[in-house]
Design a protein around this ligand. Structure first.
Ligand code: PLP
Length: 423
């Protein structure tokens, strides 16, 4: 049976799909397909709910821009009081362009370049999260050459199993992220020799799309022990950063609410008496967005139904790389049409180019519109130009209004960097 994703931001009125109060079909009449559509009220409500759940303790949310780095999306969170967690020079540039001030930015990445560290220090971001001893030494050296003192947190790998997809699990000892507890202690104890570093925080991020609170509880516990050991030794940290990773519903996952999350970790967090940092990405954005695509062809190969649509792995990569599930549903429901089971595939020359496999879906014809649900996180940010495809447009809906927050790429845009050098 065809499943409709339960949402209060994307609903059917007279069998037509709406984002908030705007008909999806009306939007794409103007923008064409494929197009990402986001609900601004979803972003705002999710942020406020998260913020309120931790209202009892001093905390800051740093929205993880890598989930959706559109300037208007970053700005929406900034206006709610959020900071931004950035993963590269490019994301730092985006955060600043969106209006963040440097004190609202933290710089992450397992492999920052010398230039990225220098940029972070020049802008004087709130803190740089270091992921190895070598990096700490380099930060100290660069800060010294700039006559400044870098605020640094150490990312600790708490060695817990987040029980998520192996590609998005980051907190096991075998993963590339952070350092183990012993190494972290050793680095923190170098504080007196590191004249151009001030350790301000301890940090973790154990993975993404985590659907149970227990890995968080276990990891917070481990990190708080470390925090207390340091405190006893006179190394007083002012930030305790538990990263992001909170899972959301794509299919029928049993997830936890932010209230349950807070209930589980608040007792430990309270005992630390410092500022708690959160870095949610997916939680704030995934179910705020859909990708709308048009059916180009329907066909049968070997008794298998295919819907060939105009969106591809180049627009939404998650099904191809993680085998991820996204609900796909008609933009207009027609109960007189029968249901079929089909693979929904894109135009790219790769068998890995699919959005869904063996999916129950309303029988469609050329020109029908489909909505790929839960596409607001790790969607557009992973889009590519493979097959020289232009990346999609992005739309932000607010009540009964919508705005184009990124227009569809032009053909000239695709050639821009080459035309300059062509002799
Ligand atoms: C990706 C990432 C996040 C956000 O993860 P979500 O699963 O989207 O919440 C937060 N912090 C760090 C360091 C990350 O790499």
């Amino acid at each position: 049976m065809m499943q409709l994703f339960p949402s209060t931001y994307f609903t059917y009125k007279n069998n037509k799909l709406y984002c908030e109060e705007v008909a999806v079909a009306e939007i794409v009449k103007q923008t064409g397909t494929p197009t990402y559509i986001y609900s601004k009220n979803y972003f705002e409500d999710a942020y406020k709910e998260f913020d309120a759940a931790f209202g009892e303790i001093p905390h800051i949310i740093f929205y993880a821009a890598k989930a959706n780095f559109n300037l208007s999306v970053i700005k929406t969170f900034l206006q709610l009081g959020s900071g931004v967690d950035v993963n590269s020079e490019g994301e730092l540039y985006r955060a600043l362009k969106a209006g963040a001030n440097a004190k609202e930015i933290i710089l992450t990445s397992v492999g920052k370049t010398r230039n990225e560290i220098k940029l972070g220090l020049e802008h004087d971001v709130l803190m740089i999260k270091a992921e190895s001893e070598e990096e700490v030494i380099l930060i100290n050296e660069i800060a010294a050459s700039m006559n400044t003192v870098a605020r640094v947190a150490i990312r600790v790998n708490p060695d817990v199993d987040a029980k998520t997809h192996p590609y998005i699990s980051t907190g096991l000892s075998e993963n590339k992220f952070g350092v183990n507890s012993e190494t972290a202690l050793r680095i923190f104890r170098m504080q007196s020799e590191l004249k151009n570093i001030r350790f301000t925080g301890i940090d973790m991020h154990i993975g993404s799309q985590i659907t149970s609170v227990s890995p968080f509880v276990e990891a917070v516990e481990k990190l708080s022990n470390l925090f207390m050991i340091l405190k006893k030794e006179g190394i007083e940290l002012i930030h305790f950063d538990i990263g992001g990773g909170i899972g959301i519903q794509y299919k029928d996952e049993k997830t936890f609410s932010v209230k349950e999350f807070a209930r589980a970790i608040l007792p430990t967090l309270k005992s630390l008496n410092c500022k708690i940092i959160f870095e949610p990405g997916r939680y704030l954005t995934a179910n705020a967005g859909i990708l709308v695509t048009e059916v180009l062809y329907t066909k049968k190969n070997q008794n298998k139904n295919f819907l060939v649509v105009d969106a591809a792995m180049t627009d939404l990569l998650r099904p191809s790389i993680y085998g991820a599930y996204h609900h796909i549903q008609p933009v207009e429901i027609d109960k007189t049409k029968k249901e079929i089971v089909a693979d929904v595939v894109g135009p790219v020359c790769e068998s890995g180019d699919f959005l869904a496999k063996e999916r129950a879906i309303q029988k469609s014809v050329h020109g029908d519109l489909l909505a790929v649900m839960s596409a607001g996180a790790y969607g557009m940010v992973m889009a590519s130009n493979y097959n020289a495809r232009r990346r999609p447009a992005e739309i932000l809906v607010d009540g009964n209004k919508f705005s184009v927050i990124r227009s569809r790429e032009t053909l000239d845009h695709l050639l821009f960097d080459e035309v300059k050098v062509l002799k």
